[in-house]
Design a protein around this ligand. Structure first.
Ligand SMILES: Cc1ncc(COP(=O)(O)O)c(C=O)c1O
Length: 384
């Protein structure tokens, strides 16, 4: 599939996934039905949340989350400039304006709560947070601040499936799952995610009003599904508001369920590999590893290091490529894309530093220790 000697990510797929697909094919029901229902229920249980609604992607989920919250023209949505572009795009899709916030630091590349405070205006309707690489944002501070101002929090939890948040002040003594903390959240099951089904996503919320709106909006505003009518639960339907087709299908749901069963084990494997990387990278010196001290509180989605300057980064990326090792950079500063030029792009110093100096290295549950050593040896040579 790939020419890379060590790819950036790799699927943990086997006979379980093949059997899941086979099960759906044998059932002869392909569109939203019992597999999706079971996936939603299992996901909600894992999240310890009231509602989980399967959607066709996290982007669709973010779109529906913003619509369900009533975000629209004239509103502003504060969000990190260091993020995948989906949340900014969906903010524009609902007619609102993204306002980009900086990250805390190079070692903690999540949205800075003091930036949220600085950027707040009478038009702020929501704050999107993104748990970078699977490590959580400062949720205790952010939830307190937003609750006091009646501003909604949307968690872009695409990196953080299966990880709990623990807050030093013990507001949640038993921890609380990423994606169950804010008003509403979106998860992705894109191929490189900790749960991978190709495409697919999940919206999670504890608010019945939001869950109901998302349920309607994901399927044309219709009050019943084809599955309900097939099962004789409903004869007809009404359309109560204009909506979309953001449904998940049975094949992707069956794959997602199989991957969900492996999640705890695979997140643990990811964390073990992050710990191996940490040891090796720290022995090199000269690199910053974000969230190095809190690997145990991460889903282990990404392995990222920050070079001491952009030149070292460029040399490292080149040397890795020469050795057949795929690397990446999560993410370019969203405020600097042409589509967002002219937006509120002042500041963002830390984000811009990060994007010039960060490298994402290979990380997946089956990556072996020898390969991690190979990768780190290449980084060592770059610094000599
Ligand atoms: C942080 C983040 N947000 C949003 C998305 C969008 O997810 P999807 O591809 O499922 O729409 C992704 C996936 O790439 C992501 O990593």
């Amino acid at each position: 599939m790939t020419d890379w000697r060590i790819p950036l990510s790799d699927l943990d797929y086997g006979s379980e996934e093949a059997n899941a697909v086979q099960r759906v094919i044998a059932s002869k029901w392909l569109s939203m039905g019992p597999e999706v229902q079971a996936f939603e229920q299992e996901f909600a249980e894992m999240q310890e949340a009231k509602y989980a609604l399967a959607v066709s992607s996290a982007t669709a989920g973010l779109h529906l989350a913003l619509l369900a919250l009533g975000v629209g023209p004239g509103d502003e949505v504060i969000q990190p400039a260091l993020n995948f572009v989906a949340s900014a795009n969906m903010t524009v899709a609902v007619g609102a304006t993204p306002v980009f916030a900086d990250i805390c630091s190079l070692g903690e590349p999540t949205i800075d709560p003091s930036e949220v405070e600085r950027l707040i205006s009478p038009r702020t309707k929501a704050v999107v947070v993104m748990h970078y690489g699977g490590s959580l944002c400062r949720m205790a501070e952010l939830t307190e601040f937003c609750a006091a101002r009646r501003i909604a929090i949307v968690e872009d939890a695409c990196h953080a499936v299966g990880v709990a948040y623990h807050d030093a002040r013990n507001r949640w003594p038993n921890g609380i799952m990423a994606g169950s903390i804010g008003d509403i959240s979106a998860f992705s099951f894109f191929s490189n995610k900790n749960i991978a089904s190709g495409e697919g996503g999940m919206v999670v919320t504890n608010r019945a009003d939001l869950a109901e709106r998302v349920r309607l909006l994901r399927s044309h505003g219709m009050t019943t599904l084809t599955w309900d009518r097939y099962k004789g639960h409903a004869g007809s339907y009404d359309v109560v508001n204009p909506g979309y087709n953001y449904r998940l299908d049975e094949l992707h749901a069956a794959l997602g369920r199989t991957q969900l069963k492996k999640l705890e084990r695979n997140n643990q494997r990811r964390r073990e590999r992050l710990a191996l990387y940490r040891e090796a990278v720290q022995s090199l010196g000269g690199w910053t590893m974000p969230f190095a001290d809190t690997i145990d509180n991460s889903s282990g989605h990404l392995m990222v290091i920050v070079a001491r300057d952009p030149d070292v980064r460029e040399r490292a990326v080149h040397a890795l490529r020469e050795a057949g090792i795929q690397s990446s950079m999560h993410y370019p500063c969203v405020a600097d894309f042409s589509a967002f030029a002219g937006g509120t792009a002042a500041g963002l110093e830390m984000t811009r530093q990060f994007t010039r100096r960060a490298i994402t290295l290979p990380l997946y549950p089956t990556l072996n220790a020898d390969r991690i050593n190979d990768i780190v040896e290449i980084l060592r040579a770059v610094l000599l």
